[in-house]
Design a binder for this molecule. Structure first.
Ligand code: SF4
Length: 248
């Protein structure tokens, strides 16, 4: 059992390392000389909270199975790689165990798409809800949202996550159609807009009614692939705080 979880962790933490929304991704220094440390090690990364603190996160995918075939992504369905998926309970237990051992201060959770947006988003929601409600976990949670998931699921997830994000992927629709033909900017713009409006609404309500719950208090982010097509990020249709994947 433990070996199986370890194998899943190796596969799904490795697959998550390509997401650069943490501040420690991107180094390739290996431990060649049996010394201490390994900057390429995956599974734990860092990010900044709402009040500017740097915290360490367990960074994993729920699954690297995916029905989409985005050319820039290691989890694309046509890629011949080892696949794995955690259960909802496995992610909750891993997070709590790592937190209790003081390895991490939070969770960064993303996922490939199992069979559709709602099916996958519903599992991500169950994880964050279980952590917050059953485990009373108050650590930081960054949740990636799934393209095509319904507004109701996104809204409920926003009540448990500290930060949410959904990737714009490419600066223009033309570039997106070239490398990720199954995606559209509309599918990303709608949830970005929905979350943004809810953040503002909940903040305004909280100013009047103290008991209003928090909604995505650390804000939302998105990211784009730059360099895989000739387009520039200056032409992006959405002016937002962006983290950027750079392929040179
Ligand atoms: S939908 Fe996401 S996980 Fe799936 S292939 Fe595209 S970028 Fe990768």
């Amino acid at each position: 059992m433990f070996e199986r979880i370890r194998e899943k962790l190796e596969i799904l933490a490795d697959a998550a390392k390509y997401d650069v929304s943490c501040s420690s991704s991107g180094s390739n220094r290996k431990n060649h000389n049996k010394g201490i440390g390994d900057a390429e090690g995956t599974g734990i990364c860092h990010t900044y909270t709402e009040d500017g603190r740097c915290v360490s996160l367990l960074k994993i995918l729920l699954t690297n199975h995916c029905i989409y075939d985005c050319a820039f992504c290691v989890s694309r369905r046509s890629n011949d790689i080892k696949r794995a998926a955690f259960t909802v309970d496995e992610v909750v237990e891993l997070t709590m165990n790592f937190y209790r051992r003081n390895y991490i201060e939070g969770l960064f959770l993303s996922s490939g798409i199992f069979k559709d947006g709602d099916y996958t988003m519903e599992r991500l929601l169950r994880i964050v809800k279980k952590l917050r409600v059953d485990e009373k976990f108050n650590g930081y949670i960054h949740l990636k949202t799934i393209p095509g998931a319904s507004p109701e699921l996104l809204h409920e997830a926003g009540l448990y996550a500290d930060r949410m994000s959904i990737n714009l992927e490419m600066p223009t629709e033309v570039g997106l159609k070239l490398l990720a033909p199954e995606k559209s900017h509309e599918d990303v713009k709608k949830p970005l807009d929905q979350i943004q409006k809810s953040i503002v609404q909940y903040k305004d309500e909280k100013a009047l009614i103290k008991s209003t719950p928090k909604f995505v208090p650390a804000g939302q982010s998105t990211q784009m692939v730059i360099g895989a097509t000739p387009e520039s990020d200056k032409r992006s249709c959405i002016p937002l705080m962006l983290s950027t994947k750079i392929f040179l």
